[in-house]
Design a protein around this ligand. Structure first.
Ligand code: ATP
Ligand code: MG
Length: 472
């Protein structure tokens, strides 16, 4: 994947089928939440795109988000829809969620809504809950200068940024221009502080401000660039793209738990394959999965790349079909090649299952230093990996027993993937497909028809090695 994937804009439209043109902008007054004072003067005058000139219709905004906007407005506060919701509506896509920005302080938001909880230590946010839908309401924040409330480390990374600010400060501290568009409930217009409308029309992701500074402040923005580019089919603006391979190493300074969340967002958004290809293209995959990248770079028969690509394609297909996806399976796919290679080395002295367990321990230990995969996922990952060896034993009661293993289905899908990529025996995968698709009676017959298996190869090899003394 080089260049641009077809996105909704390739039809030459912004949802409504018309290109958005700016009308002469009307200025917006800077207002500050109580107690907040301006850190930088606000020279930015936004473009106001009136309702007839954009395609956002209230019919496409969640009723609950509208309720929040109207209620805040009724209580005398400013309230805008902002972020991915506005961006996706302008693109004619269905937003994942709706975020609201306001000049009301979190405590004030809580006073307006009974169904509201304040969350977050890094920055306080209000969550207004309507059944299963949560509308996130954030008070305008400023990109602080390193004093009051916020702290900029020596290398430029921001540690805390809960400094309240004006509407324009809130716009300019956001990451991409297309994420800094505000839908104004008072007159249904869109406010554009950073040229986001033009970038939406061009299918372009552009950081607000100086790209290197913005990546240094928060290196996760590099992953967000790739995520949005993959999801929206956008190009990354050259100035925002150039620092990626040079600054990717800054991801090592990001907490491993946050990187886990970002990796999930990258690969569970329905465009995992595009994200993977872009991550590799920009040298960021190596920062997140160093052992996997090393294994892929060493490939000889194209197998590992095909395997990961097919695994991600599978994930994308399941999401398109609204089927559940499991992080354990995803990470098992991404880390299989280093596990397989290491296990193959260890198999000189150990039986396959023990070798695979040991390899899994080593690979996971190193991986956790960068991307923290929670235990509730690493346990099933290990099972998926070690079960691969148990598929080889198809005699007697063993296959029936394997069928009842809680991880059978995932491990079987994994086996099929390996076979499709040319690593596992396609005949073996076919056998298991037939076996599990049949009724219990037929299964017994199928298992009985398996010719007597000779001893496992690794055992024979072990016996041939006089120095190998370990018990298996
Ligand atoms: P998605 O469709 O994935 O929800 P989104 O753009 O809404 O995309 P969120 O993570 O929900 O992304 O964040 C909401 C908004 O907050 C963004 O659109 C952006 O304006 C701002 N934002 C989020 N993360 C950052 C960041 N790391 N740096 C600057 N601004 C950010
Ligand atoms: Mg969002």
């Amino acid at each position: 994947m080089r260049g641009r994937r077809p996105g909704p804009l390739d039809e030459g439209s912004i949802g409504s089928g018309k290109r958005v043109l700016y009308r002469a902008s009307s200025s917006v007054q800077a207002t500050y939440p109580a107690g907040a004072k301006p850190i930088t003067p606000s020279p930015v005058i936004p473009h106001r795109i009136p309702r007839p000139e954009h395609n956002i219709s209230r019919a496409n905004i969640s009723e609950n988000a509208l309720k929040v906007l109207y209620r805040l407005k009724g209580a005398g506060y400013q309230a805008y829809l902002v972020g991915g919701g506005v961006r996706d509506l302008l693109l004619g896509r269905e937003p994942k969620d709706f975020d609201v920005a306001t000049d009301a302080l979190p405590e004030e938001v809580r006073r307006v809504f009974r169904n509201c909880r304040l969350i977050g230590r890094r920055f306080r946010l209000a969550h207004v809950r309507f059944g299963r839908e949560i509308i996130e309401v954030a008070t305008f924040r400023a990109q602080h200068a390193g004093d009051e409330g916020g702290r900029v480390l020596e290398d430029g990374m921001i540690m805390r940024d809960n400094v309240y600010g004006s509407l324009e400060e809130d716009a300019l501290r956001r990451d991409f221009t297309v994420n800094a568009l505000y839908y104004d409930i008072t007159d249904f217009s869109v406010l554009d502080f950073a040229g986001g409308m033009a970038d939406i029309a061009e299918g372009r992701l552009r950081l607000i401000g100086d790209p290197e500074t913005r990546y240094r402040e928060d290196p996760v923005r590099m992953l967000r660039a790739v995520r949005f580019a993959a999801k929206l089919g956008f190009n990354i603006d050259p100035a925002s793209e150039a620092p990626l391979p040079v600054m990717g190493h800054l991801l090592q300074g990001v907490p491993a738990a946050r990187l886990f969340e970002e990796v999930l967002k990258l690969f569970h958004a329905g465009t995992a394959l595009a994200a993977f290809e872009r991550l590799r293209h920009h040298g960021l995959f190596a920062q997140l999965f160093p052992a996997s990248e090393a294994a892929l770079a060493r490939e000889q028969f194209d197998f590992p790349l095909t395997f990961v690509a097919r695994g991600l394609e599978n994930t994308d297909r399941r999401i398109a079909e609204a089927k559940p996806v499991n992080p354990a399976f995803l990470f098992a796919v991404l880390l299989w090649e280093p596990v397989r290679l290491r296990a193959a080395e260890l198999m000189a002295d150990e039986p396959p299952v023990a070798a695979t367990q040991q390899a899994a321990t080593e690979v996971l230990a190193r991986q956790q230093g960068v991307v923290a995969i929670p235990r509730r996922f690493t346990l099933p990952m290990r099972e998926i990996w070690t079960l691969q060896h148990r598929f080889e034993f198809r005699q007697g009661k063993r296959p029936l027993r394997l069928l009842t293993h809680p991880r059978f289905r995932a491990a079987y899908d994994f086996l099929v993937l390996r076979a499709e990529a040319g690593e596992a025996d396609p005949e073996l995968a076919r056998w298991w497909t037939e076996f599990q698709e049949n009724d219990p009676e037929a299964r017994t017959r199928i298992a009985a028809a398996v010719p007597k298996q000779r001893r496992r190869r690794p055992r024979r090899r072990r016996r041939a090695r006089p120095e190998a003394g370990a018990e298996g």
